[in-house]
Design a protein. Structure first.
Length: 217
């Protein structure tokens, strides 16, 4: 079984509280469905910026990208307000349109996901897991937008991903990918080059070049 995720000490406390509040609401709705609870405990797999923030404490994401292991009727109030590091009001919401089938996901990504402990979520009702760092990096390669690059760089700065492992995992995931594999292959090589450069810079610059603490988006 995967080791529990160790939340970065750089993670923003207010963001973590908001994340727990949103997922706590989801768990509350599941608790009311006694038939589902008795039959099966759903598992939620965190991806995207939310998972990246747990690992690195870097970029703050406005939405929660997550896949559920069972079909669930989602509440329409899965959101929470909080204050960002700059003191401004922010909103975190559960992205009901997220679909990991559109991304690059390894077949073992859910099996290797790491348990996440959040005070507001009862694990007996809803198990929360975050994609392992290598799978989180891989999941960002199909789109590979600026924020995906930033998250991968932060994971590399934290020493959580290595180019060889990301390349191997991504190539294995390509077999089930539906889309333009040529562009994804390019993204794989760009990401692996970024990771290698970032790790070299971190080894030379040392601890002074860790990911910056969360900043507003």
């Amino acid at each position: 079984m995967a080791q529990p995720l160790k939340i970065s000490p750089r993670a923003d406390p207010s963001y973590l509280a908001a994340l727990g509040e949103v997922l706590g609401k989801l768990a509350e709705s599941l608790a009311r469905d006694s038939r589902r609870r008795a039959r099966d405990r759903p598992c939620l797999y965190l991806a995207g910026g939310a998972a990246a923030h747990l690992y690195t404490g870097a970029r703050l994401s406005n939405d929660i990208d997550a896949a559920l292991s069972a079909r669930v009727i989602l509440r329409d109030d899965l959101r929470a307000s909080y204050r960002g590091p700059d003191g401004r009001a922010r909103l975190l919401y559960f992205d009901t349109q997220y679909n990991e089938d559109f991304g690059l996901v390894h077949e073992r990504a859910h099996d290797d996901a790491r348990p996440v402990r959040l005070a507001a979520v009862d694990p007996a009702i809803l198990e929360v897991r975050a994609l392992a760092p290598v799978d989180l990096a891989v999941s960002k390669l199909a789109r590979y937008a600026a924020q995906d690059v930033e998250d991968i760089r932060a994971l590399a700065q934290a020493g959580l991903v290595a180019p060889a492992a990301v390349r191997r995992r991504a190539r294995e995931a390509l077999g089930a990918y539906v889309g333009d594999t040529a562009s994804v292959k390019t993204s794989i090589e760009l990401a692996c080059k970024l990771i290698a450069q970032t790790r070299r810079g971190a080894s030379r610059g040392g601890a002074r070049r860790r990911p910056r603490r969360a900043r507003p988006r």
